[in-house]
Design a binder for this molecule. Structure first.
Ligand SMILES: NC(=O)c1ccc[n+]([C@@H]2O[C@H](COP(=O)([O-])OP(=O)(O)OC[C@H]3O[C@@H](n4cnc5c(N)ncnc54)[C@H](O)[C@@H]3O)[C@@H](O)[C@H]2O)c1
Length: 204
């Protein structure tokens, strides 16, 4: 398969969410024009993105919604179970764990860790906050491959190192700090402040 750019990979979940909305409304087919209109995107871009993975659309008919959902789920590996570990059971960590109920059953935060003694053993929904010395064992026993960092910036690198040591393959980092990891580990930064700052550029 051709090398897929990160921009394409980042658009696929947006397509998937839109397709799931159509599916809930029992809509069976969608043209790339409708697709583009609803998402505020260029239909040619959507066709090009999907064509990287195969000929999913039919000329004059469009895309079969359930089929495309299945295909995008396979491409994104959302047809597999993806357990996620979160480190930092503070304000943001709580909010993300509370969001768990909106995530599909095969992609959920299944373990949460903190190093503050008073937090260890406390409960967030159905998750019990575990001590950091249980990270590696839990990651391995639950086959966790994705880690989320919600600790203060100054601690983010330590947590990233602990994740790497535990065998995590991808990290979503909410701390405003660039973390260094081996090249085979994929990191996404969810940076609230830089998002706001770059939006400010567009203000009159
Ligand atoms: N709260 C927000 O709305 C928000 C938004 C965007 C980004 N962030 C970023 O997310 C991070 C967390 O923010 P918060 O408001 O939840 O902070 P918080 O202080 O409420 O929570 C941080 C938690 O991390 C734990 N912790 C600290 N060092 C640790 C370590 N080495 N190992 C394990 N646990 C450790 C602390 O005990 C605490 O429970 C920060 O980097 C912050 O800048 C927060």
């Amino acid at each position: 398969m051709k090398k897929i750019s990160e921009a394409v990979v980042r658009r696929l979940p947006i397509y998937l969410r839109f397709l799931n909305e159509l599916h809930v409304r029992n809509i069976q087919t969608v043209s790339s024009r409708d697709f583009g209109e609803k998402l505020g995107m260029n239909p040619a871009q959507i066709r090009k993105d999907l064509n990287y993975f195969g000929e999913f659309g039919k000329k004059g008919i469009g895309y079969d919604v359930p089929y495309l959902i299945e295909k995008i789920q396979q491409i994104l590996k959302l047809d597999q179970t993806n357990h996620v570990a979160l480190v930092g059971a503070g304000n943001l960590g709580h909010a993300l764990c509370n969001y768990n109920i909106y995530l599909k059953s095969n992609m959920k935060i299944t373990a949460v860790f903190d190093d503050f003694p008073e937090k260890i053993g406390s409960q967030i929904n159905n998750l019990i906050v575990q001590p950091m010395n249980e990270l590696t064992e839990t990651v391995q026993s639950q086959k966790i491959r994705i880690g989320i960092i919600t600790v203060p910036a100054i601690e983010a690198q330590n947590v990233a190192d602990a994740f790497v040591k535990a065998g995590i393959e991808a990290i979503l980092n909410f701390a405003p700090k660039i973390i260094k990891v081996p090249p085979e580990i994929k990191v996404h930064h969810a940076d609230f402040t830089t998002e706001l700052h770059s939006l400010a550029y567009y203000l009159d």
